[in-house]
Design a protein around this ligand. Sequence first.
Ligand code: SAH
Length: 251
Amino acid sequence: MQNLMANARIVLVNTSHPGNIGGVARAMKNMGVHNLVLVDPQEFPSGKADARSAGAKDVLQNATIVPTLEQAIEGCGLVVGTSARSRHIPWPLQDPRETAAQALAELPKHPVAFVFGREDRGLTNDELHLCNFHVHIPSHEDFSSLNLAAAVQVIVYELRMALLAAEKGDAPAPMWGTEWDEELATSEQMERLFEHMEETLVDIEFFDPKYPRQLLARLRRLFLRARLDRIEHNILRGMFTATQRTLKKLR
Ligand code: SAH
């Protein structure tokens, strides 16, 4: 069951302090998670990261570096964004224990990403809007933001506790059932779907990019929350293609 964790991906976005990356590597390895993806880190590789990682230098050496978050979550069927504070458009929110139960149920099926933000400003709204749901560590309201490596530690600890419970035949129940006849759409399929949706909504003059309001964010939230499978994804793509084709004929 241990190799389930091969599908767990820790993603750090635009980290400024290499020491924190080392701290994250150590926290991960302690809990049996090895897959680290760095999005545009400000200083990496770094001796400071190696030093803080203690015996987890292998996690750093095997880390993947990519320029965008979209690339970091490629192939994932579930993407969880972490947030130290509440946001303008609320996304479905879980606590770390619920998140671990959900992730553990999905790890046998597809890669699961946990996305962590910058030390000074966390994740942008656009980055948070790439996620299926968000997780908040229920820290004190007056001082809610944890150090990056400490936040990663809490999440991978809960993941390990869920794994150990499952090994004893007592797996925690996930919020969303995972018995499904079709594979879920991957994050990149969802992104192409959103591009196609936007293009079609502009074509039919339902969406005006000059007055975006929150329309696209709300549609994203709807479809990411629904957890589309590949057939549902294909149906929607087909509907948009047919709409655009018919519109062209009419014009
Ligand atoms: N000042 C930033 C906090 C950044 S802390 C902000 O207001 O968003 C760096 C990262 O650690 C966050 O992006 C998040 O990934 C994680 N983190 C810190 N505290 C957290 C909390 N209470 N719950 C979930 N993640 C948290």
